[in-house]
Design a binder for this molecule. Structure first.
Ligand code: NAD
Ligand code: ZN
Length: 367
């Protein structure tokens, strides 16, 4: 193995039931930077949950923005949010994201864009950001994407769906409170939970597989098995384990890469706006030739939990749609390099990718 990386971790992590109640205290030392106010970006699911809203430690001068995540975060949304706040109020002391992977990415990307000029479009890629952002803190309310721990903030732009990826993207602080994920609807809980299962599988089934990635991956997979095959969701351990599994699945990628499933998922997301986690499930189901027994295990979880999955998607896809998705997927060389090695172009062309998409006609795991 010769995969030198030098990665930045989340600076501070607070874990445990009720830890959301510590947020006020946690933010206190960071409140006096820049123009001295905090911005909270919160999933708008919580907007009418008065008991929850009361717990957000908003002080005088702070701003709370409730944001819809019906669409995954776009470069336009980030630019608009940044421009609006800078123009009205100046530079915040920090930004706190409270929500799922979408809100984690909004908080991370906006933190960077407050201090980097121009549109976020020009920073989609690796190490393109020029200056550190403002203080940023993530409070996940749904678990699986690992966005709370990753060094990327995935944005859909006019051309690419790609992250702002650099050391400064990583959160300064995360607060992992398993109480917050209890209200996630069952199907969404499964789709997002499967993201960490798939991260953990992809991290250890490609050419960049290594002991470091395996350690996190194996623990995350073991916890996913408990959560999705053994424990009842009402068991107090279930949400506690899922929250840590998401974190570990995210860390399994810091020293490895995602692979075929995520490449196909990006095509589904960019062309058809299918959300990341459900797109992963749709793709993973068809990848037995790549991921073998893991796909069988995944189908077993779907069956066990009787999860509702959309059916027969590809029947309406034109050749043009399939080609467009294949083009998006093909242009993710780092994922193919991990999946098939540096000579991936010898074993993979656009036709092979289209073949995978065509398989998504009907899902084989209908309950
Ligand atoms: P999400 O943020 O898109 O939210 C999914 C749904 O769950 C929404 O309807 C939301 O309102 C709801 N929800 C969230 N918390 C809830 C709660 N406590 N109770 C009830 N409903 C709740 O979900 P996600 O699957 O976590 O995130 C997907 C996003 O994450 C995509 O935009 C994807 O690109 C991104 N992502 C980022 C990374 C990364 O490393 N940065 C990795 C994977 C995915
Ligand atoms: Zn993912």
């Amino acid at each position: 193995m010769n995969l030198f990386r030098n990665f930045k971790s989340v600076t501070k992590t607070c874990y445990g039931r009720g830890s959301f109640g510590k947020l006020d205290e946690i933010l206190q030392p960071h409140r006096f930077q820049n123009d001295g106010f905090m911005v909270f970006v919160v999933d708008d699911y919580f907007e009418d949950k008065a008991d929850f809203v009361k717990r957000i430690p908003e002080l005088e001068g702070d701003e709370v923005h409730f944001i819809s995540v019906l669409k995954e975060p776009t470069t336009e949304l980030i630019d608009r949010l940044r421009d609006d706040i800078l123009k009205r109020r100046g530079l915040p002391a920090g930004i706190v994201g409270i929500g799922g992977g979408s809100v984690m990415d909004i908080a991370k990307a906006t933190a960077l864009m407050f201090t980097n000029e121009g549109s976020s479009v020009q920073y989609q890629g690796l190490n393109l950001i020029k200056k550190p952002g403002i203080y940023h803190c993530g409070v996940p309310t749904i678990s699986g994407t690992g966005a709370e721990v990753s060094m990327t903030a995935v944005l859909t732009g006019p051309v690419k769906k790609l992250g702002l990826k650099c050391d400064w993207t990583v959160f300064d602080q995360i607060v992992l409170d398993p109480d917050l994920i209890a209200s996630v609807p069952r199907d969404q809980w499964f789709y997002t939970g499967m993201d960490t299962y798939i991260h953990s599988v992809e991290a250890i089934t490609g050419t960049k597989k290594n002991t470091f990635a395996e350690a996190y991956s194996e623990k995350s997979l073991a916890m996913c098995r408990e959560v999705f095959l053994k424990l009842d969701r009402s068991d107090v351990k279930s949400d506690e384990k899922l929250m840590v599994a998401s974190y570990m699945g995210g860390l399994s990628l810091t020293y490895s890469e995602v692979g075929v499933c995520h490449a196909l998922s990006y095509g589904l997301g960019k062309v058809l706006e299918i959300h990341h986690c459900i797109a992963n499930c749709i793709a993973f189901d068809k990848l037995e030739d790549v991921y073998g027994d893991y796909v069988q295990e995944f189908k077993g979880m779907v069956k066990h939990l009787k999860v509702n999955i959309p059916q027969g998607l590809a029947k309406d896809w034109s050749e043009e749609t399939i080609s467009a998705m294949a083009e998006v997927a093909y242009n993710l060389p780092h994922m193919w390099d991990h999946a098939f090695g540096p000579d991936w172009q010898k074993v993979l062309d656009r036709e092979r990718i289209k073949g995978w998409y065509r398989r998504m006609f009907g899902l084989t795991w209908r309950n």
